[in-house]
Design a protein around this ligand. Sequence first.
Ligand SMILES: [Zn+2]
Length: 317
Amino acid sequence: MPSFSAEVKNELAHFNETNICCIRAELSALLRMGASFVLNTKHHMGVNFTTENAAVGRRVLAFIKGLCIGEIRTELVVMRSRRLQKNNHYTIRVMPSKVTNKLLEELGFINGDGSGFNMGKDSALLSKYCCKEAYLRGAFLGGGSVNRPDAGYHLEFSTSNYEFSRQMLNLLNQFGFPIGTTTRKDNYVLYLKESEAIISFLRMIGAEQVLEEFESTRNLKEVRNQVNRLVNCETANLQKTVNAALRQVKNMTLLLKNINISDLPVVLQETAKARIDYPDASLSELAQILGVGKSGVNHRLRKLEMMALQLKECEKK
Ligand SMILES: [Zn+2]
């Protein structure tokens, strides 16, 4: 069974994006999350983008070609995992060339003024709302993860690039997401922990189908919690009933040992006997056996218990 992250990514990787501005923004974030860069002796840069998800790899390739910068040489390398249950890795290599430099300039990695490499400030790509959403989609596809809701609510982005992580934080704050931050090994981690925030984030970046699963699992989880609460409550009530019945049986037995039963009014005689004969019966069952109302039985039992109590008091003196 694929992980929930993989399911989300599979859906997002097929999100139909046709705006060039958004393709640029999404591709930029994809590469920021999942790529490393190489420089050859001619000062031409190349890109190695690695992902566990074949569909994400195909999307990156399609986007690079779709931007029509010029003739770009790419290569796909599949690293098969030797260990069972470990995913394959797909690496897309964009060979260093003049055109690749142009691509990276268009994506905001190389500053147009020749001042070098831009570590993570993509404000030029993020002026439009549509592009901000696309950028977040790219970041998730490139290195985000999300738990299946029954495993606890958690969505995160993890990156070793501090500047990029600050930009992501800023962007997510702009959308009002309650983002938490932490570090793990050498990585900066941004995370969401609230189910509502995770749902609205996934909806915003275009994961509609998996959301249905997410929401129904969440609802099921809530119903299960409610049922558990009810069951716990009922168990507590049941325990109370059992304790009361045990106490009543003890008191009735004590009473009948010490007084002549025929001295009691008939209704009390019947009630005391019924209590002793049916120690497991609830109050309403006892009422049914005796053919009276619940409050009537309750009243009689209380009277009998009072008598037993008085008896105990007398014994003490
Ligand atoms: Zn756009």
